[in-house]
Write a protein that binds this ligand. Structure first.
Ligand SMILES: Cc1ncc(COP(=O)(O)O)c(C=O)c1O
Length: 490
């Protein structure tokens, strides 16, 4: 007897209609050979009862499956798996032990160095690792601009195949903007538009590194950048990080011992600890790069969010030898789903990396890129930045007060000068043990297994939740931390 009840699971919270969920699952069972041609399917009333769904749902699924040729509905005797289907003995993907068993290829890499992402229930309160609040994005303005493009011939032309380096207006306005805001001297020929910083990191590492090249990362660092290096089969070398960012004296001693090909840095602000790379070290790093001929990959994801003073100019603005490849993004400024970022480098590198980009992505979203160009020239970008900087500064301050009042006996941190997260080190409890407790109470925190194991620390993102939400989060976090700490000490 086929286990209908345990095999066919209908999720009443899913966005896909129930009858389509049932359709999908029956197709899966037939394709996998677990339901065979000629096999009788329970009647609509019986199946609806077994699955605890309305009978209409089952009727609609059967009709859909009949229309697609999977089922035969015979008014006299019932519903059967179609006899016209070939008998398959296919194993389901999950039950096959050897991946790609039937192909002449094997996985080159199983990417097990990249964790799979948990999806967070929208019902939970989420303290993320430092994301912007997408609710602040000027969505009306963005869409109004998209709409006004639709009315012009020019706007419609953006739907066609375009240049791989990105929208021309954006490259021109960005070159001017980066000059005005970051002191970078450049033209559009130095800019390649990417889908966010991550693509820039990937292109740089894939295009410039050979297997066994040495790439230096901080002792703490941005994992997704390390994945790009690992994907290029480069060696990762660690340099110490302290209150002033990566320790360039340590880097100098590494360079004396071995050839360094690339150094990845997040000067504003070091990921994950949020410290700013000091001016002195910036100059030292540039000198080392000229002396030892390594590329600096400057990931300036956080430049626009500096609360204490004006941000320090990027390394790329002092890029005398052209050794710095600079990466920026609009993900933090507008919203993560606005997949527009940019890579700044000398023309030869831009030309090369744009050809590499052509392989994985023919072009970016020309319309959104054009709208972002408009946000720069019209001043909307600056208005939005000013507003969000203010909001985030207040959120940082309220969040830090809550750490002080709720968990200060167990957590230490230094107020970050910028960014969207507070780097918090825990004592008297293990972060990994905290996770199931808070999850069960509806609070999700971005507890990186590696960072929590090595430092018992994590980034507490304050920017994406308002004060009311922060309060709710601490109503769960505070008692959970105290409970765990007292059970740990006893
Ligand atoms: C240090 C760092 N670099 C790059 C990125 C990727 O940003 P994007 O959304 O622009 O790809 C992030 C995202 O959080 C980040 O933290």
């Amino acid at each position: 007897m086929f286990p209908w009840k345990s095999t066919l699971i209908i999720d009443s919270l899913a966005s896909r209609a129930k009858y389509l969920q049932l359709t999908d699952q029956l197709i899966k069972e037939i394709s996998a050979g677990r339901l065979v041609p000629g096999q009788k399917i329970p009647g609509t009333r019986q199946l609806a009862g077994l699955l605890n769904v309305n009978r209409k749902t089952v009727i609609m699924a059967f009709e859909e499956l009949q229309a697609q040729g999977w089922l035969d509905i015979k008014s006299s005797s019932g519903t059967y798996v179609s006899m016209k289907l070939p008998i398959t003995n296919a194993k389901s993907i999950s039950s096959s032990n050897i991946p790609y068993d039937n192909f002449n290829i094997r996985l080159i890499n199983n990417y097990d160095f990249i964790p799979s992402y948990e999806s967070i229930s929208s019902a939970s309160i989420n303290i993320d690792g430092g994301s912007p609040d997408y609710r602040l994005a000027p969505i009306d303005w963005l869409y109004k601009e998209c709409r006004s493009l639709s009315k012009s011939n020019y706007g419609q032309r953006l739907l066609a195949y375009g240049g791989v380096k990105g929208n021309e207006e954006l490259r021109i306005s960005l070159a001017k903007y980066l000059g005005e805001t970051r002191g970078m001297i450049l033209s559009k020929e130095n800019i390649l538009i990417t889908r966010g910083s991550q693509m820039g990191i990937f292109l740089t590492m894939s295009g410039l590194l050979k297997p066994s090249n040495n790439v230096v990362f901080g002792s703490t660092s941005y994992d997704a950048a390390e994945w790009a290096a690992l994907n290029s089969q480069a060696n990762i070398i660690r340099v110490n990080v302290d209150q002033n960012g990566i320790d360039t004296d340590h880097l100098a001693s590494i360079c004396m011992q071995q050839k360094v090909h690339m150094v990845y840095v997040t000067p504003h602000h070091h990921f994950p600890t949020t410290v700013t790379l000091s001016n002195e070290r910036r100059i030292h790093l540039l000198q080392l790069s000229l002396k030892y001929k390594f590329v600096i990959l400057e990931d300036d994801y956080d430049y626009d969010f500096h609360y204490a003073s004006n941000p320090i100019l990027p390394l790329a603005s002092l890029n005398a030898g052209g050794n710095v490849i600079y990466i920026g993004s609009f993900s933090k400024i507008f919203a993560p789903n606005v997949r527009v970022g940019y890579l700044v480098a000398n023309e030869e590198v831009i030309e090369n990396l744009s050809r590499l980009r052509r392989i994985i992505d023919r072009q970016g979203d020309q319309i959104m890129q054009r709208v972002i160009a408009e946000s720069i020239t019209s001043g909307e970008l600056n208005r939005h930045l000013k507003k969000s900087l203010n909001v985030y500064r207040h959120r940082r301050d309220s969040f830090s007060k809550m750490i002080d009042s709720e968990i200060s006996d167990y957590a230490t941190y230094k107020m970050p000068e910028g960014g969207m997260a507070i780097w918090c080190e825990f004592k008297g409890l293990k972060l990994e043990e905290l996770k199931p407790i808070i999850n069960s109470r509806g609070l999700y925190m971005d507890i990186d297994p590696d960072l929590s194991m090595r430092f018992n620390a994590l980034r507490l993102g304050f920017a994406s939740i308002n004060e009311k939400e922060q309060k709710k989060a601490f109503e769960i976090l505070g008692p959970a931390v105290k409970q765990l700490a007292s059970s740990t000490s006893s």
